[in-house]
Ligand binder design. Structure first.
Ligand SMILES: Cc1cc2nc3c(=O)[nH]c(=O)nc-3n(C[C@H](O)[C@H](O)[C@H](O)COP(=O)(O)O)c2cc1C
Length: 415
């Protein structure tokens, strides 16, 4: 099964193994394509079927880290075409993930971006009470109904440019507490217009984006989506598992070509990846220095560090921790379901596919340390040997460092 190809709305993927989106820190400079190619070409040469490039921001402001690529112009997207071609030459397909950080854009907290921001943070609704102390003095703009339509159009426009650049499809970055998730989540979305209220209304922005992608990039251009279940806050408003299942049905009805269900927190913490406490933020000297510069206010640093610690303690690694969710989605919808979350060994990958729990299986962080990982998994020979799911890579990407493995033993090998 692992070696069987699959078609996602015309995009042929040579096997069922994919690289899940993890930020590469390629930024938006003239060398962005080259930096991506350094990661992806080797992954493709090692046999991976599909690469989902980490989230790229559809507006100039709204990145969650300095290393996140801005794809707000046609030139920026077409500039990535040489990398896309290089990936294709090695036989893999590549999707571009489109996103925006919403209220968690780095313009909220990360100096000098915060003090030089040109516009306010974009929000679905006013900041929830629980989070207001962390946003003291930060300008926030609640999108009007018309502006939400414009945001949907922008996602679609970038999808059309992605098609021009040769990408095989796009994925909406609609989980992990980002702007689209802030629309989906009742914790953030208290709108009273057509984009708030019921689950269907909160998700309407996704339907609109799909419609617009069909209009601008073509109905035959693959457009896929992430669907979150939210685990925290325990007693607060959040997207429940039942709602996420209903969302899976809705996105299928709206014409999305594949879905990746994930269990995450409403807060932007390590629940998205599970594993260790990302203690490099305060332990690793270079990161600690960058963190001080990025968040000169002690209070802000304290809030971020405390959130990282609590999130890390609460969301511990378990092998294949997302299984019950992706397998439930697979039983619910006919479109391909992409599995991700703590999947490591070739045996786990094969078991997921052979039991029919998902159609493609993804690994994220392990690719940082082992770019040729796909070859071993495809041979059935174990899995990653170096990734400890330590989450030490997370602060690095928050602070604009390279998307690589920061485990001391792997760092030592790189020297
Ligand atoms: C450093 C880092 C960056 C990530 N960036 C993204 C991203 O840009 N978009 C996204 O949807 N998920 C992102 N994720 C989540 C991963 O795609 C994946 O779901 C998660 O790491 C669990 O899979 P793994 O255990 O195989 O790493 C990121 C995770 C990490 C650790």
């Amino acid at each position: 099964m692992l070696h069987t190809s699959i078609d996602i709305n015309g995009a042929r993927i040579r096997n069922r193994l994919y690289r899940a989106p993890v930020l590469e820190g390629a930024g938006s400079g003239p060398d962005a394509a080259e930096v991506y190619a350094r990661h992806f070409v080797e992954n493709a040469r090692a046999g991976v079927g599909l690469i989902i490039q980490g989230s790229s921001c559809v507006y100039d402001e709204g990145r969650t880290s300095p290393g996140m690529t801005v794809v707000s112009t046609r030139e920026a997207v077409l500039g990535l075409a040489p990398m896309v071609d290089a990936v294709h030459r090695e036989g893999a397909a590549i999707f571009l993930q489109l996103g925006h950080g919403g209220i968690f854009a780095m313009e909220a907290w990360h100096e000098p971006y915060a003090s030089q921001r040109k516009g306010p943070l974009l929000a679905a609704s006013p900041i929830p009470w629980l989070l207001r102390p962390a946003f003291f003095g930060v300008p926030v703009h609640v999108l009007t109904t018309e502006e939400v339509r414009n945001v949907a159009a922008r996602f679609a426009q970038v999808a059309a440019w992605a098609r021009e650049a040769g990408y095989d499809g796009v994925e909406l970055g609609s989980a992990n507490a980002k702007l689209l998730d802030q629309f989906l989540s009742p914790f953030y979305n208290h709108r009273t217009d057509e984009f708030g209220g019921s689950l269907e209304a909160r998700a309407r922005i996704l339907g609109l984006i799909r419609e617009q992608v069909s209009a601008r990039a073509g109905a035959d251009y693959p457009c896929t989506v992430k669907v979150p279940v939210e685990t925290a806050p325990p007693l607060g408003a959040r997207t429940t598992r039942e709602q996420a299942m209903r969302l899976c049905t809705l996105v299928e009805e709206w014409g999305f070509d594949a879905v990746t269900p994930v269990e995450v927190s409403v807060f932007p913490d390590t629940t998205l990846s599970r594993g260790g406490v990302p203690s490099s933020l305060w332990r690793q000297p270079a990161m600690r220095r960058r963190f001080r510069a990025a968040a000169p206010s002690r209070i802000r640093r304290g809030v971020i560090a405390a959130g990282s610690w609590v999130g890390g303690r609460r969301a511990q690694f378990r092998p294949v921790w997302n299984r019950s969710l992706f397998s439930a989605a697979k039983r619910r919808v006919a479109i391909p379901v992409l599995a991700v979350g703590g999947i490591r060994t070739a045996a786990e990958v094969n078991a997921i596919l052979d039991r029919g729990d998902a159609d493609l299986v993804g690994l994220g962080r392990p690719f940082y340390a082992e770019p040729d990982l796909a070859a071993r998994i495809l041979r059935g020979d174990g899995g990653p040997r170096l990734c400890r799911s330590s989450n030490l890579c997370i602060p690095a990407q928050m602070l604009g460092m390279r998307g690589v493995c920061y485990n001391p033993e792997v760092k030592a090998r790189r020297r």
